[in-house]
Design a protein around this ligand. Sequence first.
Ligand SMILES: C[S@@+](CC[C@H](N)C(=O)[O-])C[C@H]1O[C@@H](n2cnc3c(N)ncnc32)[C@H](O)[C@@H]1O
Length: 284
Amino acid sequence: MKKPDTDFTMSDGDFFKLRAIVHRNTGITIGETRKTMLVSRLRRRLREVDEPSFASYIFRLASDPGEIQELTNRVTTNETYFYRTPRVWDYFQDVFLREFQERGESLRMRVWSAAASTGEEAHTIGTILEQQRLENPGFDYSVLGTDVSSRVLDVAQKGVYNGRSIARFRKEQPALFASHMQGSDAEGYKAVPQIRARLKFKLHNLLERLGGTSPFDAVFLRNVLIYFTGEDQEKILRHVRDLIKPDGVLFIGESETLNNLRTGFEQLAPIIYRPSARVSSPCA
Ligand SMILES: C[S@@+](CC[C@H](N)C(=O)[O-])C[C@H]1O[C@@H](n2cnc3c(N)ncnc32)[C@H](O)[C@@H]1O
């Protein structure tokens, strides 16, 4: 018979070990006061894998690397929705895209949604760039969405959205929504095939370098830096800096800032950055 949830208690020692495992594998720092959160996110997993206690689960993590991915899937916070923070999209459409077209040096835009979660951000980018493609012959794009959680990437690959996830986009950008999302309230909405063909999702840990890719014109690193220490934030931003074109743009989350970090980026507007000149980069 399965144990009821209440049988699982986490000692301070187990909490300390689990926090260390999560930090080592994802960079995410779980605050000292978040034991209850961790218990509630993991106790169902203990039941699923038939572990009688957190101590035995920790033992399992040491001998079963696949379980680390399951742990990661459960401890990450994946809140996201289409068209989050409208001023990011205003800048992207009205300033960045216009300047990109005016520069005219390349007609192919590459964008990275670097903590993509379930894919709403990458799909928002896709709808905006698809509109641009239709209006500007020769323009084309690709969007890469990456995340450390395999669970959210499965949702992103399926790309079916409904309810709160699309509500704001639908309300504030009705024409874009109607032109580029197909479906129904009953079955959910999917981006048109032309967009889906240009979106790719891939498992990636921001603490590691993203290999096998050429530089990006725009990077969305939004609502993820908050989970890391300053040192890890700098490390992640160094990786991003290496993969962004000199004319590129970086968007971060509305409650995040690069102030007080050595990053090689300079601010264009709140939460919007560009790479500073490489010669003087403190990260070189
Ligand atoms: C709150 S969501 C942000 C989603 C989207 N960028 C947005 O702003 O709406 C944060 C995402 O960061 C991912 N994440 C956390 N640590 C990560 C890491 N080390 N590498 C890559 N992704 C990570 C989580 O799995 C989660 O899906």
